[in-house]
Design a protein around this ligand. Structure first.
Ligand code: SF4
Length: 293
């Protein structure tokens, strides 16, 4: 794996989506060492000198300075920031560079609400800062779990820690004023879409009483499609024909999608879970929305 330090002029990336609840994305790295075979962020390396998202990681060493310039501006309205839209902020290299504590200190200073999603237990290093931030604004932490252990999880997410350890992260963050989420995504047809796998994950999330669950099936577009179908051909050749047949476009066949979402819904109900992410929008944003009604 190759690492390259870079500097940036801006830290925040403004999003223009009506679907996403947050207005800005902040990525302290480019590339990601978790190497998830279904990674939706592969496109983000497309215009760089290397297309290898998993093998070349760029480190934005001055990200704290750049961020402070933006957050200290009179124009900054404490809008909701998503940390790590196209990388994991707590991937292995963060252990060495320690960029996140500075980012969280700035969020505390400028009372800025955030969402972090991660597959790493390194987030526990910053538990005190997250708790402090949760005292002044909204903090959502979601852990992504797709496969309840075993060889399939290791093949799908070879650079990430076990799913059990990820669930432990949620347990340790409980009771700190942080809204806790489970990202059950992507659900990958024939690899982790079975009832046993989904139930194992949702049962554990139910025990912790996570605040929300977002579930989503695998979508296959552009770079992700090429990478994932190659992975299937090499590792699960017996599924290859099915994938080509059932994924004509980006989405799996409609009836099959419906069945899986029905199953997830049934299991969420069984374990007292909900998908009410809207409830955890920062209060500042809800106030702004109410004022527009
Ligand atoms: S953690 Fe996210 S960004 Fe990193 S490889 Fe996995 S899917 Fe891609």
């Amino acid at each position: 794996m190759v690492f390259e330090e870079i500097t940036v002029k801006k830290a925040l990336n403004k999003l223009n989506s009506n679907f996403l609840p947050y207005k800005y994305d902040l990525n302290i790295y480019r590339g990601c060492s978790h190497r998830c075979q279904y990674c939706y962020a592969l496109y983000s390396h497309k215009y760089l000198e290397t297309a290898n998202f998993f093998e070349k990681i760029y480190i934005k060493t001055n990200i704290g300075e750049a961020l402070e310039k933006e957050l200290s501006s009179k124009r900054w309205k404490q809008e909701w920031i998503n940390l790590g839209g196209v990388t994991d902020s707590y991937q292995a290299i963060e252990r060495q560079y320690k960029l996140m504590p500075r980012i969280l200190e700035l969020m505390i200073k400028y009372k800025t609400p955030i969402t972090i999603s991660t597959k790493s237990d390194l987030i526990l290093r910053d538990i005190d800062l997250l708790e402090k931030l949760a005292k002044v604004t909204t903090v959502n932490v979601a852990v992504t779990i797709t496969t309840w252990g075993g060889k399939i999880q290791q093949k799908l997410e070879p650079g990430a820690i076990s799913s059990q350890r990820r669930m432990e992260v949620l347990k340790q963050l409980k009771g700190k004023g942080i809204n806790l989420g489970l990202h059950l995504m992507p659900i990958v047809p024939y690899l982790n879409s079975d009832e046993e796998n989904l139930e194992n994950i949702l049962r554990e999330a139910g025990k912790i009483k996570v605040d929300y669950v977002i579930a989503g099936l695998l979508n296959l577009r552009s770079e992700t499609r090429r990478n994932f179908l190659k992975f299937i051909q090499e590792n699960f050749p017996e599924l290859s024909d099915k994938y080509f047949r059932e994924y004509k476009g980006a989405y799996w066949e409609k009836e099959k999608r419906r069945e899986v979402y029905f199953l997830v819904h049934k299991l969420m109900k069984k374990y007292g879970l909900n998908n009410n992410y809207e409830k955890f929008r920062p209060k500042e944003i809800i106030r702004e929305q109410l004022s527009l009604i």
